[in-house]
Design a protein around this ligand. Structure first.
Ligand SMILES: N[C@@H](CCC(=O)N[C@@H](CS)C(=O)NCC(=O)O)C(=O)O
Length: 289
């Protein structure tokens, strides 16, 4: 299940460009499992000519669908069920990667449009992603899940020490839903100013701790929680409303730049064009109902 080409880039240049503009630089190495492909190897040369995101996406574990055999659930394996397109699932996937748990937590991507019936019956009655199968239990809800992964597994902590940071983390994590609602209300025409106010809140929040560009001064659960949503909103607002969320928001611009240096996150990104197209199709489908 976890076999596949894993692309590991130490620097990820201009990730906000379309994937067609991004190629693997000659100083990077490609990884197949744990094997490093040096720049003169055949497989490296074959892959380095492909756009970076295409290489990453084509090397991902295939999704399970309604035709897939049921997994032996609760057999002692630890499995993270995701969808490659779901921002909630992306949170859990980033946390798993950041903590270096690729060998401990198996990634099980699900095709949400053609879900295996056994997923709801045997794994997660809520029938949503993300869900983590661990110690004969299933844990869902992305914000609970990233906290669970952080506190129940080894690897670098995503929860900074100190009461002030923890209180601020709680405040920011409890704002995530309101943040998304505000941006959506601008996108659906209900409130033109709501997304500006939401991004101003983020800009302000990013100025609180001066020691770095992340919300709590170091990469944490808060960055994990907002990353997938800001990634999507940045692209969609630009495409649909010609709105640049970083304009006049230097902290946000820097945060995006720093996020794109976190490999645990960049590995989970989607092709920007596909992401925008999927959003437009969904809106069109909703408009027809
Ligand atoms: N509140 C949940 C939301 C999860 C969620 O809505 N996931 C979507 C995919 S992005 C899903 O599984 N949808 C399937 C469905 O609702 O049937 C969380 O934070 O994990």
């Amino acid at each position: 299940m976890s076999v596949g080409l894993r692309v590991n880039l130490f620097s990820y240049p201009s990730i906000w460009l379309s994937s067609r503009d991004v190629s693997v630089s000659s100083s990077s190495s490609l990884y197949v499992g744990r094997k490093i492909l040096r720049p003169n190897s055949d497989l490296y040369l074959k892959n380095r000519t492909k756009p970076l995101l295409a290489v990453i996406e084509s090397s991902r574990v295939p999704e399970l669908d309604s035709s897939s055999e049921p997994l032996q659930v609760f057999d002692g394996s630890t499995r993270l069920y995701i969808s490659y397109t779901c921002p909630f699932a992306q949170r859990a996937w980033i946390a798993r990667n950041y903590k270096g748990l690729q060998d401990k937590i198996e990634l099980v991507p699900i095709d949400l449009k053609n879900r295996p019936a056994w997923y709801k019956e045997k794994v997660y009655a809520a029938n949503k992603v993300p869900a983590l199968e661990h110690n004969n239990r299933v844990i869902g809800e992305s914000l609970d899940l990233i906290k669970y992964i952080d506190s129940n597994f080894e690897g670098p902590s995503l929860t900074p020490d100190g009461l002030e940071k923890q209180a601020f983390a709680d405040e920011l994590l409890s704002y995530t839903d309101s943040f998304s609602k505000a941006v959506r209300s601008t996108l659906n025409g209900a409130d033109n100013d709501a997304s500006d106010a939401a991004f101003d809140y983020i800009e302000q929040a990013l100025s609180k701790f001066k020691e770095g560009s992340f919300f709590l001064g170091q990469f944490s659960l808060v960055d994990v929680a907002y990353g997938p949503f800001i990634e999507r909103f940045k692209l969609i607002l630009k495409d649909v409303m010609n709105m640049d969320i970083t304009s006049g928001r230097p902290n946000l611009a820097l945060w995006i730049q720093e996020m794109n240096k976190i490999e645990a996150y960049t590995e989970t990104r989607q092709d920007p064009q596909e992401l925008v197209e999927r959003y437009k199709k969904r809106v069109q489908a909703e408009a027809r109902v």
